[in-house]
Design a protein around this ligand. Structure first.
Ligand code: GLY
Length: 416
């Protein structure tokens, strides 16, 4: 089978790598892909926004199914446009993707589904924030309604800070249309996990639980980032897992089905485990980045077939490998505020074994074969092992093989 992966980051390289191990996949294409995945995929300079060109490519190349990696094309309705033209797709239609594309839609959906989530108010002006904040106690959470590339959530310790962030959103319009409306939420202390399920909109299969490390520096210090590293599987109390399945996953999928949403893909549930149990922070409607880098290597079976059948609306069983995985993100100097691009990368990016390798997120290869930094998150060093410790050692040994000036990385991924 031939597959086309849409996207260009680390998540998409992890997908390409997993599909390259699938016996039923004969050709992997990526649009646009990145230089680091060109060993496994044929990369094409196609823009997903040009639907006609993309469909023309799929038909000409006889693509069996398309896997849409990032949220923007899903929220824009690309899956639906492809389906309307007879192309099989992994990814929800536009209405399903609103679970990620509109935080207000998602929160209303959670309320209707009866899944636990923080108390909230919808706000659209500084005045409405002043009025609504009386119902909450600090710290406050202000979340822009629309997609904001990870920059739309503000945790405010004081009312002054909350009003300043509300002024940014509603008066200075710092996030444009994405910040025209927002959610004001009660902050909930606890610990986070990434709970992902594959679903066809009525059945689901839960994937190994992953944990992301969002802060830039060790011990969860420093600014928020897109994710500095992940571990999987996160082993949790079976009773907690049962609660998550029963109180959160089941009612969410049931409501997706009741609403008739075309949802063949990944529902990524961001959970906060509070002293009162699990609550939903957010839904995403795609694989996580860098969660994908640690989840996919733990899946056993022909993933090409699993995803192709999912695109047709069918769930097929697959196994889980009894292994652990760790991904350490290597980021550019200046990340996340202002990543420095163009820095030469020293080391051996081709170094690869079955249990240690690089996933490329933001690299560029020059015609003479030299690599340089091209994005904020540059590489993911992935390590696998029979224990968390072994996986962590592998990942850090791999990470040491790539160096550049000002490289940022955490030293404590998988340490706890
Ligand atoms: N790692 C978080 C996300 O993909 O949204």
């Amino acid at each position: 089978m031939k597959v086309l992966v849409i996207g260009q980051g680390g998540r998409e390289h992890a997908l390409v790598k997993a599909l390259s191990r699938s016996p039923s996949i004969t050709e992997i294409h990526a649009a646009p892909g990145n230089d680091g995945m060109s060993r496994e995929a044929l990369c094409h300079p196609l823009d997903w926004k040009d639907t006609e060109k993309l469909i023309g490519f799929c038909l000409r190349t006889e693509i069996d199914f398309v896997f849409i990696g990032p949220e923007d094309p899903l929220v824009d309705g690309l899956a639906e446009r492809l389906r309307d033209r007879g192309v099989l797709v992994v990814g929800p239609n536009r209405e399903g993707a609103r679970l990620e594309g509109s935080k207000i839609f998602a929160k209303t959906f959670m309320e209707e589904a009866g899944v636990p989530t923080a108390a909230f108010a919808v706000v659209d002006s500084v005045g409405s924030v002043r009025e609504a904040m009386m119902k909450f106690t600090p710290p406050y959470v202000l979340k822009a309604d629309g997609l904001a590339a990870g920059k739309g959530v503000f945790i405010c310790k004081t009312t002054d800070e909350l009003i300043a962030r509300a002024t940014d959103l509603f008066e200075k319009k710092t996030l444009g249309a994405a910040g025209e409306r927002a959610l004001l939420e009660q902050f909930q202390p606890g610990w986070e996990m990434s709970y992902l399920v594959l679903t066809n909109g009525h059945e689901w299969k839960s994937l190994p639980i992953a944990q992301d490390h969002k802060r830039l520096r060790d011990d969860d210090e420093g600014p928020n980032t897109g994710g500095m590293g992940t571990v999987a599987p996160l082993e949790i109390d079976p009773a907690l897992r049962e609660r998550i399945e029963k109180e959160i996953v089941a009612p969410s999928i049931r409501l997706i089905e009741q609403k008739g949403l075309v949802f063949r893909g990944v529902l990524f549930i961001g959970l906060m485990i509070t002293e009162n149990g699990p609550t939903v922070l957010e839904y995403n409607t795609r694989f996580g980045d860098p969660e994908t880098q640690v989840i996919l290597p733990l899946l056993d079976g022909d993933l090409g077939r699993v995803f192709h059948e999912l695109a047709r609306g069918r769930m097929v069983p697959f196994g889980l490998r009894r292994m652990h995985s760790v991904c350490v993100v290597l980021a550019a100097d200046g990340y996340p505020e202002s990543p420095v691009k163009g820095t030469p990368i020293e080391g051996d990016l081709g170094a690869e074994s079955a249990t240690a390798y690089f996933i490329h997120a933001g690299t560029k290869k020059s015609p003479d074969g030299r690599w340089s930094v091209q994005g904020g998150r540059v590489l993911g060093a992935v390590g696998l092992g029979s224990s968390r410790e072994e996986a962590r050692e592998s990942a850090y040994a791999q990470a040491a093989k790539a160096r550049w000036q000002g490289q940022r990385r955490r030293g404590d991924i998988g340490a706890k």
